[in-house]
Design a protein around this ligand. Structure first.
Ligand code: NAD
Length: 295
């Protein structure tokens, strides 16, 4: 069984590494935070004292880091993973990062004779813990064939989205749809109620009509309409608003880079930024309805 290196043992990476250990892999882990290292150790991860130490004996390395700058700093440069690894190492970056950094790291890995996959996830901490994440994977067929067994341990839905960076593209496009949908639902339910239409009636009608969408059926921002919604738990996340803001900003960066106008995506990014700046970034992303109701 392949020994695995794991860097970034936080809210997501910690449980993902734990599941790899549970499936019988020897996992060497590193994180800058001592609390994350301690937890990983108690979950059977062999902790090491630098990022490149995870490389020893590891045929594959998974990274789960906050943003593009962290990923670049860990992978690139003379002291980075790519320069220090044995040829033909498989790298899997599951962080959600900008497409440009992602493709730069892919190129560097390929030039050094390694295989690389970008494999951002959805499903949150519960999905990481339960091994039920969705992986959106970009990279070559060869790399995907080598990584697939690991994804199956950590996730349930695994989609090979195409070449380098396509996992990140899928992630930001999907979450741009989700953010815009949530704003549309929030506006419509607020307008309906203000005009005298009970939210229960609008849900009954729209959820089976042309206005229906995943966010309405699963995360409706009005309390009491959908059992699974964070609205019923004082908007405790779920999917935090600051993470939606991050993903919408990544979508905007990708759209600017590609020269593709995304006016609704831009407006959604601006509204979520306003919401986070109001001090409510830790609430679920559906709580944005409160801000719309205030204005
Ligand atoms: P987190 O902050 O809990 O964990 C990130 C970890 O990386 C931290 O423990 C930090 O100490 C470590 N780290 C940072 N720089 C490092 C370095 N140079 N070397 C070693 N360790 C380093 O974040 P998270 O919630 O686990 O999210 C990780 C990634 O997953 C992010 O890109 C996020 O957007 C994405 N994501 C998160 C969720 C979620 O619900 N939390 C859902 C989907 C995707």
């Amino acid at each position: 069984m392949t020994d695995i290196g794991f860097i970034g043992l936080g809210n997501m990476g910690g449980p993902m590494a734990k599941n790899l250990v549970g499936a019988g892999h020897k996992v060497k882990g590193f994180d800058l935070g001592s609390a994350a290292l301690e937890t990983a150790k108690s979950n059977g991860v062999e902790t090491v004292t630098s990022a490149t130490d995870v490389l020893q004996g590891s045929g594959a390395v998974v990274t789960m880091l906050p943003a593009g700058e962290h990923v670049r700093s860990v992978y690139l440069g003379e002291e980075g993973l790519i320069a220090q690894a044995e040829p033909n190492t498989l790298f899997i970056d599951s962080s959600t990062i900008d497409v440009t950094s992602c493709r730069e790291v892919h190129d560097a890995a390929a030039a050094a004779g390694h295989l690389m996959l970008d494999a951002p996830v959805s499903g949150g901490v519960a999905g990481a813990d339960g091994g039920t994440l969705t992986f959106m994977v970009g990279g070559s067929d060869d790399a995907f064939a080598r990584g697939e067994a690991l994804f199956e341990i950590m996730g349930r839905n695994i989609v090979h989205a195409g070449g380098a960076g396509n996992g990140q593209v899928a992630k930001v496009c999907n979450n741009m749809i989700l953010g815009i949908s949530m704003l549309a639902i929030s506006e419509a339910f607020t307008l309906g109620e203000t005009l005298g239409l009970a939210p229960e009636k609008l849900q009954e009608i729209s959820s089976t009509s042309s206005g229906s969408c995943w966010a309405m059926l699963n995360h409706n921002p009005v309390p009491g309409l959908v059992e699974t919604a964070a609205a019923n738990r004082d908007y405790k996340p779920g999917f935090a608003a600051f993470m939606m803001q991050k993903d919408l900003r990544l979508a905007q960066a990708a759209a600017h880079q590609a020269g593709v106008p995304t006016p609704l995506g831009a407006e959604a990014a601006a509204l979520y930024t306003m919401f986070v700046k109001s001090g409510r970034g830790d609430l679920d992303y559906s709580a944005i309805i409160k801000m719309l109701q205030e204005t």
